[in-house]
Design a protein around this ligand. Structure first.
Ligand code: ACO
Length: 273
């Protein structure tokens, strides 16, 4: 079935990898209330799409995302409490509630610019690959606002405290290589190689058992906020649930291949599926 057409978002496909592209290139993909509504719909639709194994969040045009749209999200919607509430709810829904608990692996593919509110979706994605020459920044201080929504929380969750306070308080921009040093991205690559490197990671992820991948990323994120005792209990129950959900895991196919058939070594990669 053909993908839905949106005003502010474009769906692109490369086999079982689905690119959800912010699509307001003229406005550097600044996030308007319309873009937030489109992203909620697109992410909800793709979350149950059987053809999609991995989701990439990208941006059309010269920027990944220039943050919240200062005109449409703050100034215009701010005049109408109902529009403001809807925009605010949609903004949080896709950037955090949906993305940070997404049932499929997600990769932020960042180029050009990423500012302010864009840090929430950057941190919500499971992985991030950034162009070396990208410019990222917490420019809120320049607007006389604090990193709101949950951006301040995202920073303190992902970055070391000194760096989080420094970049939030100064608004100083930094490049893709620095984003890796700060813990915000996995890799920085030349801009010309960004898509290829993203596809390489996506393709690696698409070969893994999707249930194990999903449970692993959920577990690693959630246990950070638990005591070791709670984590141990949670992980035992989670593993139990995984074995019941997935026949391949429940039947211990991997163990049989390693111990009995001697046909594969788990330390070196996933078994052929
Ligand atoms: N909100 C509204 N419009 C924006 C935004 C934004 N965040 N960012 C860019 N635009 C618009 C510009 O107003 C301009 O519109 P126009 O063509 O109608 O005049 C268009 O996008 C292109 O912007 P330029 O500044 O001309 O593009 P350039 O490539 O030179 O610079 C850059 C890009 C660096 C991203 C610059 O636009 C900028 O600094 N934007 C603001 C970034 C920012 O501070 N974001 C945080 C917002 S606060 C928050 O997210 C909580």
């Amino acid at each position: 079935m053909a993908d839905k057409k949106y005003e502010n978002v474009e769906i692109q496909r490369d086999g079982n990898i689905t690119f959800i592209m912010l699509n307001r290139p003229d406005k550097r993909n600044a996030m308007s209330p319309g873009l937030h509504a489109d992203m909620v719909d697109a992410l909800e639709t793709i979350s149950v799409d059987p053809e999609t194994r991995v989701v990439v969040i990208g941006g059309n045009g010269p920027a990944w995302c220039a943050g919240q749209d200062l005109k449409l999200y703050f100034r215009e919607a701010g005049k109408d409490p109902i529009k403001r509430r809807k925009a605010n709810a949609d903004s949080h829904r896709w950037r955090w509630e949906l993305l940070s608990r997404y049932p499929k692996p997600t990769i932020a593919m960042v180029h050009g610019f990423a500012f302010g509110g864009a840090f929430t979706q950057l941190c919500a994605c499971d992985f991030a690959i950034v162009a070396e020459d990208a410019t990222l920044g917490l420019s809120e201080v320049n607007w006389g606002i604090i990193p709101g929504g949950i951006v301040s929380w995202n920073l303190s969750d992902m970055m070391l405290p000194r760096h989080a306070v420094y970049y939030a308080a100064t608004g100083e921009p930094f490049d893709g290589k620095r984003a890796v040093e700060l813990g915000l991205a996995n890799f920085a690559v030349p801009a010309a190689e960004l898509r290829a490197k993203t596809l390489e990671l996506a393709s690696k992820l698409s070969k893994l058992n999707p249930n194990v991948l999903r449970y692993t990323k959920e577990a690693v994120r959630v246990v950070r906020k638990m005591t070791p005792e709670d984590a141990r209990d949670y992980l035992a129950v989670k593993q139990d649930s995984l074995m019941r959900l997935d026949k391949e895991i429940g039947d211990r196919v991997g163990m049989t291949e390693f111990l009995d058939k001697k046909s594969y070594r788990p330390g070196l990669g996933p078994y052929k599926r």
